[in-house]
Ligand binder design. Sequence first.
Ligand code: SAM
Ligand code: DTB
Ligand code: SF4
Length: 336
Amino acid sequence: MPENNVNADQSLRHDWTVGEVEALYNLPFADLMYRAQTVHRENFDPNSVQVSTLLSIKTGGCAEDCGYCPQSAHHESAVKAEPLMPLDKVLENAAQAKETGASRFCMGAAWRNLKDRDLERVADMVSGVKDMGLETCVTLGMLEEHQAKRLKEAGLDYYNHNLDTSPEFYGDIISTRTYQDRLDTLEHVRDNNIHVCSGGIVGMGESEQDRAGLLISLANLPSHPESVPINLLVKVEGTPLADHDDIDQLEFVRTIAVARLMMPKSFVRLSAGRESMSDELQAMCFLAGANSIFYGEKLLTTDNPDTDHDQQLFRRLGINTEMGEHSAPVKEACSH
Ligand code: SAM
Ligand code: DTB
Ligand code: SF4
């Protein structure tokens, strides 16, 4: 596996301004799609989509108050708190994900932060999954430097930690940790040569300027995240955002296209929310430059499309999924 080469490409930009990004958002739709597709083809095989499968290894009872999340102990959703899953059950799920065609296995925990008392158990999960020949990803909340180092040693390829939205809108959604806390975690991940997976959620009542602000926060990091998940809010009963108005679907597609233009060498992941999307909307997201998805019938606690349905969609679109991010034609994000 090639190591993270974060200084590879001087052409990547880290100085985006709100005005520039809003100008991209406001292009005529056909012009935006054309530009995004052009950049996509310059950097990736346009007919390949990377697939990761998610597993919730520690569900519910989370101390954070993220307004969108059914796993927060602050909200009255149907999700019940469960203990950390035993290793054999995690490995069973990973084997099944591999069998179904995933190239990466992503383990998520409803934690505010990783505790040292759980570190070795998670490290064992990472090395067990890695030994199966899958790429590994975890998302465990905030991470300290020594924990990132230990997970890297165990074989961790990716750490997912989202910025979620713009710095300005963030406080409307989460009060129990700060934007800076999230940036600090991303720095520890990057400093330990773990690939960064970081993105956000669209459809929480944010303005277009906030969507631009999220993408600017991501693209103006010292290195572009290798993977940028764009989630469409899954509205879950009992959460404060359950009754939010739907976002204009074309605005969602525009967000994918703008992310593709701003972070041309990153994988843009069409993440949560596919269950509520038509095949045609998903096809438009792939055209806009999305080139990875979560695959498998569950996300963490909510539903994702059936794998049969996804396979049929891939066949209809002539998409192949036989690749991990490490084998992609051009993969490095950059730092300068
Ligand atoms: N607890 C850890 C954390 O928040 O860092 C890891 C798991 S958390 C569920 C991972 C991400 O899932 C969140 O940052 C958020 O972006 C996304 N997410 C959670 N609930 C969602 C929802 N209802 N709709 C869309 N995305 C959601
Ligand atoms: C990400 O950006 N989206 C995934 C993953 N990273 C961990 C999680 C989506 C969760 C959707 C709500 C749920 O299933 O609980
Ligand atoms: Fe907890 Fe993560 Fe859900 Fe926030 S998004 S409540 S930190 S599980």
